[in-house]
Design a protein around this ligand. Structure first.
Ligand SMILES: Cc1cc2nc3c(=O)[nH]c(=O)nc-3n(C[C@H](O)[C@H](O)[C@H](O)COP(=O)(O)OP(=O)(O)OC[C@H]3O[C@@H](n4cnc5c(N)ncnc54)[C@H](O)[C@@H]3O)c2cc1C
Length: 312
């Protein structure tokens, strides 16, 4: 209940311009500023520096240029150009070639065909260079269109791509069967958005139970599955299930967000599991940051301490 209330509260705050202004002023300006715990920085070079630190700790990574919900084609094209520049910068840097992106950033709200074109441009630059590109899953109005675009590009031969499914949505188990039949790589998450009860589980226990069922299906019938969670209970279920079913440790991976459960990331690597860290960066970091606060209100006191520290 508290969990749900916090999520709604932070989703409302994410729309506040005043907070956004304050956040931009204090959140990112120094390496120790509070938003830096979850966001690598505003520029690609900062993200590459973080990626190098992660690789030194034997972690894998995926870079996410933050941005979502663009409202005109120019902004979608600008985001596409930025992604192309990220591809080039990553190639030059020599770090692992793996990206995550959102369709609303590429203009899906403005014009579907243009958004598909934008995504295709990114894939055409990234795939020959050996990148893997994961399409993040946004809130439920985008579930159908995201899966549909993914399937279309997949059948046109774009195979270095994957999708995300959210256990919070009641439909996701059927979507998982569909993606497994296609042969696509799925990242399984609980879901970061508040969704109506007509289509989504409202209790954490139900979301977790669906997550557990889905992770078992993924481990036995999925294709390069990614178990994306910081929940040590879910991680234990995955390890036990993989062990019992003789699923090789290098045939799946755990994924976590930058700055969250670094201890768990390291201990899994030490046990021989593959762990990928999602590294967000860019100037549009505010909505992402607010979703992370909403997931764990304890983070708020950390932020308040950071802001007070900054103002001294
Ligand atoms: C790699 C990755 C990619 C993702 N991509 C998407 C996506 O495309 N679409 C989408 O809807 N969601 C995405 N998410 C977010 C996801 O849906 C959840 O909102 C988020 O992972 C929190 O859920 P949890 O599984 O960690 O479990 P919870 O049950 O929420 O948390 C379990 C434990 O993890 C720790 N924890 C969780 N969140 C935080 C936090 N913010 N700060 C500090 N500690 C925390 C706490 O110890 C908590 O007790 C992604 C998550 C990851 C890890």
């Amino acid at each position: 209940m508290l969990d749900r209330a916090a999520r709604i509260f932070f989703q409302l705050l994410a729309g506040s311009r005043t907070l956004k202004r304050l956040g931009s002023r204090y959140g990112m300006r120094r390496p120790e500023s509070f938003a830096r715990r979850f966001i690598a920085g505003e520029g690609v070079q900062e993200a590459i520096d973080v990626a190098r630190e992660l690789e030194a700790r034997r972690l894998h990574l995926t870079l996410d240029l933050l941005g979502e919900s663009v409202t005109n084609l120019e902004a979608a094209e600008a985001a596409t150009r930025q992604y192309l520049a990220v591809v080039d910068a990553v190639v030059q840097s020599g770090i692992e070639r793996n990206l995550s992106l959102k369709l609303t950033q590429l203009g899906i709200d403005v014009d579907k065909a243009s958004a598909v074109d934008n995504l295709r441009k990114i894939l055409e630059r990234a795939e020959p260079a050996g990148f893997f590109v994961r399409i993040d899953m946004e809130n439920s109005p985008y579930t159908d269109v995201t899966l549909e675009i993914f399937e279309t590009l997949w059948t046109h031969g774009h195979r270095q791509m994957g999708v995300v499914l959210q256990s919070a949505l009641c439909r996701s188990e059927a979507d998982l069967a569909r993606m497994n039949a296609l042969g696509a790589s799925v990242r399984l998450v609980k879901g970061a958005y508040k969704e109506p009860k007509s289509i989504a589980y409202q209790n954490k226990a139900d979301v977790d139970a669906a997550y557990e069922r889905m992770l078992k299906t993924l481990l036995t019938s999925g294709h390069s599955p990614a178990i994306a969670t910081h929940d040590s209970r879910m991680i234990d279920v995955a390890r036990r299930w993989a062990h019992e079913r003789h699923v090789a440790r290098d045939s799946f991976e755990f994924q976590m967000l930058y700055g969250i459960r670094r201890d768990l990331q390291t201990s899994l690597v030490n046990e021989g599991y593959r762990v990928r860290v999602y590294v967000p960066f860019g100037r549009e970091w505010f909505p992402y940051f607010m979703r992370r606060l909403g997931e764990r209100p304890a983070n708020v006191s950390f932020v308040i301490r950071g802001v007070l520290g900054e103002q001294r």
